[in-house]
Design a protein around this ligand. Structure first.
Ligand SMILES: [Cu+2]
Length: 379
């Protein structure tokens, strides 16, 4: 009986030991890659050990007392009330334990909040359901882009095997130089999101109408992944964060490339577009911006997101549809999930996506909406 118990205990201990040995990767926090992340990691380990010691002491004393003072060995209960010495001891000891935990924790929280004198400032905006990045200060000032989930829909819908970075990959990662203090300013466009990259020790709410900040300095080049950490609606789990930390020279190259790309993307307003050109471009804009709600088949989700296929607005006068996409839909003074795309998308992108929706699925208007049409309706 006893030997059986000992055997299962040994087996359980072996499993536990194997778990602790693999702790670095699977059962512990991610390997820290910034000063703050290291402080958080050490704090977690320290508090963990304090808890273990308290656990062992309290349960040890309790188990010992229960076994030693059991009735079957003839123990008689002491009959006393109140003991000032004991009461002082059990107040003083926890007091010192608490101070011992609060001191390093407070130090770390204060260090986390010290976003002063950064080398680089990036504004991060949460959108339903992607991130926008604007490099505001330092090398790279003026660079700005959106970062969206890059996992193919086939993987999400179980029509293809899942990749290694399933739901943790984006089209445009945030690139930062290693060893430089990066200040992150967070805000949001619609609801509260949270910018969370565990290995960098950063988690900051992104709140509409407010600006919050935090910072990190990456130790080593690498790719660090995170996710939105504030439940923000239907595709909350589909807006990952990827930070690419590179050597300063590589960062300078990336900035140069990014600026070139932005210049190339700025469309020539004088260019004339054919219906087919607009449709092709619009299909991409639709896949990146509209598909999450209105769906690939244009049927929306009944009761929540209206179908665009067969929609009166889409098949009606183009002004109505341009206004819908440009300014969003407001009902009873409250913005709906159909937000204004006027700031996120260029005239050409809006013209393209509208042309696409007017000439796809059941919609056959045969009409092109041009960038000039959109421009004319911007206020
Ligand atoms: Cu979010």
């Amino acid at each position: 009986m006893i030997s059986k118990w000992v055997r299962s205990f040994t087996a359980a201990a072996a499993v536990l030991a194997a778990g602790v040995a693999g702790a670095q990767s699977r059962f512990n926090l991610q390997e820290p890659q910034s000063i703050i992340a290291r402080q958080i990691y050490d704090l977690h380990t320290l508090i963990m050990w304090i808890i273990v010691v308290i656990f062992v002491v309290v349960f040890g004393a309790m188990t010992w007392a229960i076994i030693k003072h059991r009735k079957s060995v003839g123990h008689k209960a002491e009959q006393f009330h109140e003991n000032t010495t004991v009461e002082i001891i059990w107040t003083i000891i926890p007091f010192f334990i608490l101070i011992g935990m609060a001191y390093p924790a407070t130090k770390t929280v204060i260090a986390m909040k010290d976003a002063s004198s950064p080398d680089l400032t990036i504004k991060v905006t949460g959108y339903q359901w992607f991130w926008g990045y604007d490099y505001l200060q330092g090398e790279g000032e003026g660079v700005s882009f959106f970062s969206r989930l890059a996992t193919p829909r086939e993987q999400i819908e179980n029509r293809a095997p899942k990749g290694d970075n399933y739901l943790m990959e984006v089209d445009n990662p945030v690139v930062v130089p290693v060893g430089k203090k990066v200040r992150i300013i967070t805000t949001a466009n619609d609801v509260i999101h949270s910018w969370f990259v565990p290995a960098l020790g950063v988690k900051q709410d992104a709140i509409p109408g407010f600006v919050r900040d935090t910072w990190f300095k990456v130790d080593n080049p690498g790719t660090y992944r995170g996710q939105c950490a504030e439940l923000c609606g239907k595709d909350h789990a589909f807006m990952p964060i990827v930070v690419e930390a590179v050597a300063p020279e590589k960062y300078a190259q990336w900035i140069a490339g990014q600026k070139k790309k932005m210049a190339a993307q700025a469309d020539d307003p004088a260019r004339s577009w054919t219906l087919d050109e607009l449709k092709t471009r619009g299909e991409k804009v639709y896949a990146a911006n509209c598909v999450a709600c209105h769906q690939a088949n244009g049927m929306g989700l009944p009761g929540t997101f209206p179908a665009l296929s067969g929609s009166k607005v889409v098949n009606g006068p183009k002004e109505g549809q341009i206004n819908t996409v440009l300014n969003g839909v407001v009902r009873d003074g409250k913005p709906t999930a159909m937000v204004a795309f006027g700031k996120q998308l260029s005239d050409t992108d809006i013209a393209a996506v509208i042309t696409f929706t007017r000439n796809n699925w059941a919609n056959k208007t045969g009409q092109a909406v041009t960038p000039a049409d959109v421009k004319a309706l911007r206020k």
